[in-house]
Design a binder for this molecule. Sequence first.
Ligand code: GTR
Length: 434
Amino acid sequence: MRTVTRCFSFGLSFSLFLLITPMLSAQQDEVIYDEAKIPKFTLPDPLTGPDGAKIETAADWEQKQRPWLLEKFETQVYGKAPPAPEKISYKVTESSDEVMGGKARRRQVAIQLTDDPEGPVLNLLLYLPKSKEPVATFFALNFYGNASIGSDPAVPLPTSWLRNNREKGVEDHKASEKIRGTSSSRWPIEMILDRGYGLATAYYGDIDPDFDDGFQDGIHPYFYEKGQTTPNPDQWGSIAAWAWGMSRGLDYLQRNPEVDGEKVIVMGHSRLGKTALWAGASDPRFAAVISNDSGCGGAALSRRRFGESVKRINTSFPHWFCDNFVQYNNNEDACPVDQHELIALIAPRPCLVCSAEDDRWADPHGEFLSAHYASPVYKLLGVGGLATDTWPKPNEPVLSRLGYQIRPGKHDVMKSDWENDLDFADRHVTGKAK
Ligand code: GTR
């Protein structure tokens, strides 16, 4: 069996897992919040090929193992996305060089997601520091529309379907003026610009509204074959659609000469952290990847079943992953891959995994272990792995090229998260810091 031939045979913390028992019945649905209750498991080894042979060179990784793993994530976890549309078409809908007291620029761009001019549009908001040179830029999707990230009155309200939310003034799935700035604590725009980076964002619901409607709305129907009404079991769910939409955003960013298209950092929180990881893994044009509290189906190891499990996530959010992923409900060991291999797919590019101490649902320790077990791939590719073997304490970020940080507090994006993200980008993307 692949999972046996590809298993790891090293690592102190991992061997401990092998010793830890009380085995839970595979059927048990109790949420595990205790390391001692994690069932015994064996992780697939990213550096063992499907035939059991060791991957010993960068060339074997790039030519054999990486494509094999990528295909497994495509067909078993997130679902295959279609190729990019043939034409890239976008329209600048608004532009100003006098933002934030004149120190920044703003661009708003409607990106056509399909070749159909009536098809869905990704409304991208881009803030840029005034700079003569193209700037490295963070690209992160948002949960409630571009107007929610700040107080800027020039940013229109989202028009796509939104989850109802009284505090944010969303009723009947439509935004109202009340939404403006309601997510601003997660978006320290001025700090990002002051550090010399651009910030691009777009509403994830522009790509695919985040509810289970059998994939009748959003981007999916535009790619159905004649007679097809829902994606095949190995075709894209919503996470893959959001990631694909990010690639379309990147198509535009790489054409804007104000942006350094070789230095676009994909970042995301929670379900959008899962999305950021998959976007970075599936689209090597992203220069670096940062996941924040991404949890199950993101950075956390599925086989640990700690906090949110594969069954839980597939039950609560049946539209996020491809239908093939459902066969791993209470059956994680049968999956040919685990999430450390998702991070390995990003190698040798910089990747920072971020956790929050109280965010146990997302399994912070499992997020760390994913980075830890992806490390051998970074080392094989000659860039050095995660610079620690032990789970760091909160507020002691390990900003190696494959990095990890945990902070105190809850499931959220905080200013301190962005400070680490910026420090990480300074070191590994722009080289502003060593
Ligand atoms: C939770 C879900 C998590 C995470 C989170 C979020 O309900 O269980 O996997 O994605 O939502 O995106 O906010």
